[in-house]
Design a protein around this ligand. Structure first.
Ligand SMILES: Cc1ncc(COP(=O)(O)OP(=O)(O)O)c(N)n1
Ligand SMILES: Cc1ncsc1CCOP(=O)(O)O
Ligand SMILES: [Mg+2]
Length: 210
């Protein structure tokens, strides 16, 4: 799978979806043109995530869009996802490949050039770099204002891997992230909490691809 082509990346969160279900939001975001979807829900049970994951698998497969699972290699295998996104405290890339197969996409979070080089050496397929701007979607206590676009540039310069910026990004502030060297942007609230997730996804796509 060519992760260099991922420009708009939706990360799900039912708790931020204004009463809509995750499959409803994902369906709208796919209509708006997102390139990749990650199932990330820290507030629901494993069984609920599995049931949601099966629905997302069907929706994304119909749209020809890859589906990744945050953190959980077992859930990714159970719903036949295309891969996983692993944080610095999650299982190693090699374990994900062993469990999911050589063709699985494995993304890794990196907020420094050192972490980025290590993830590249471990065989990651792309990097999730952030939080770029301040966000309340994740506890990033060390860096409340975000790492900034200069750090995105430093990480992008340190590796060959595609860099996906994440954290506090929307259609209005995505352009500097791309200008800093990111190949794409990942968003949670900008799409899930939007009044119209399809329009929000389309607006983000327009900003990032122009
Ligand atoms: C695309 C993307 N980039 C970074 C993250 C953050 O992952 P992680 O560091 O594991 O934190 P949690 O998402 O698990 O809270 C991501 N999920 N996606
Ligand atoms: C999962 C994650 N990792 C770094 S910031 C973040 C949350 C991104 O959410 P939002 O797009 O709402 O700021
Ligand atoms: Mg994680």
């Amino acid at each position: 799978m060519n992760t260099t082509e991922w420009q708009t990346y939706l990360v799900t969160a039912e708790s931020r979806s204004a009463g809509r279900t995750t499959p409803e939001v994902v369906g709208a975001a796919l209509d708006g043109g997102v390139d990749v979807v990650q199932l990330r829900d820290k507030a629901t049970s494993a069984r609920e995530r599995y049931e949601t994951g099966l629905q997302l698998r069907e929706l994304t497969a119909d749209a020809g869009v890859p589906l990744l699972v945050n953190d959980r290699i077992d859930l990714a295998a159970a719903i036949d996802a295309d891969g996983v996104h692993l944080g610095q405290s999650d299982l190693p890339v090699a374990v994900a490949r062993e469990q999911l197969g050589e063709d699985a996409v494995v993304g890794v979070s990196a907020s420094t050039a050192e972490q980025a080089r290590a993830a590249e050496a471990a065989g990651a397929d792309y990097l999730g770099v952030g939080a770029v701007y301040g966000t309340d979607s994740k506890d990033v206590s060390g860096d409340r204002d975000g790492i900034g676009t200069e750090r995105v540039a430093a990480v992008a310069d340190a590796v060959e891997l595609p860099v996906i910026g994440i954290g506090g990004i929307d259609a209005n502030n995505a352009a500097p992230v791309i200008e800093a060297g990111a190949t794409g942007v990942a968003v949670l609230s900008a799409i899930t909490a939007a009044e119209d997730p399809e329009t929000a996804a389309a607006a983000l796509r327009e900003t990032v691809t122009e």
